[in-house]
Write a protein that binds this ligand. Sequence first.
Ligand SMILES: [Zn+2]
Ligand SMILES: [Zn+2]
Length: 329
Amino acid sequence: MTIFKITLVFASLLLSINVSSHDRYDNLTKTLTIPSLDVGNTSYTNVAIKLKDYELLTIDPTPHVNTTVNLKKITIGDGRIANRPTAGSVWPCQTNFGGGGAFASGAWISNDGTYDLTTKPSVDGSIQWPSELSIQIKNGVRTLSGNRLPSDPTGIFPVGSTDDAFAYDRNPNKIQTSTVQINLPLMPQIASSASCVPFGEIGILVNGGYFFNALDSLGRDAVAHEIQDACDGHPEQSGAYHYHSVSTCLEKQSSRTSHSALMGYALDGFGIFGHYGENGKELTNADLDECHGHTHEIDWDGKRINLYHYHATWEYPYTIGCFRGAPVK
Ligand SMILES: [Zn+2]
Ligand SMILES: [Zn+2]
């Protein structure tokens, strides 16, 4: 594959970006999404760059998630599977693993036990779906009804043979719609004991897409090994589009000065927020409990209340490791 080098001026810095041959732009305008771009000490995710005949037209430097975490060296979560609430682990309900997923790994996986999120390939394409999600509140119940499609764009699935992702993960599934209705408690309670997270959906993001736990069907770190699209999602066998982390297309917060917005709901009714805690502190597993949450005052249905909630992190398990409340199914 031929690699072209494109030089850009971004945030007053000269950058060069390598573009593979299947992203050629002869006589056409194309928007390239760079999953991650480092400018000085700051990493920007999902930077959209519009090019025509190799000439730069526009650059959308909207920094969706601004991080000081080294995205080039994220610890691979393989083996961090627990059978009780354990920080930095997933407590899965099922430990029989087997099935599809990525069949090869590439240079983004390092033999020092880390992976480089900035050079990991992503599935090509940017498809906009007729996403539907309504959230109704009635009699102490929050009802989420939708069609399982996200409002953020997805890649092209099944993965095409000309896609660089094809060399690693030939996801053969097609994104399919389905009617979804989930009834969650409006005021979730901490259960007397935490519980395991199943395979399949463990929550729904406010863009309408599901989130699953951090494991792929082989019980490995799905974010490290599987190839997702530019918004971090992909479909499973039944066509359910899902994320194994909070989509960086959904989290559009660039300043690290305030608590992240609500990104979705876990199936126990607690909210999951983005990467920043109180006063915009970027969170790691060390700031969160065994299930990947903590309690402090948050905005909840228009009120400020002290309530447990989960957070996204750049490190495994990315979303939630166990349920703190009782899941609805
Ligand atoms: Zn998956
Ligand atoms: Zn918080």
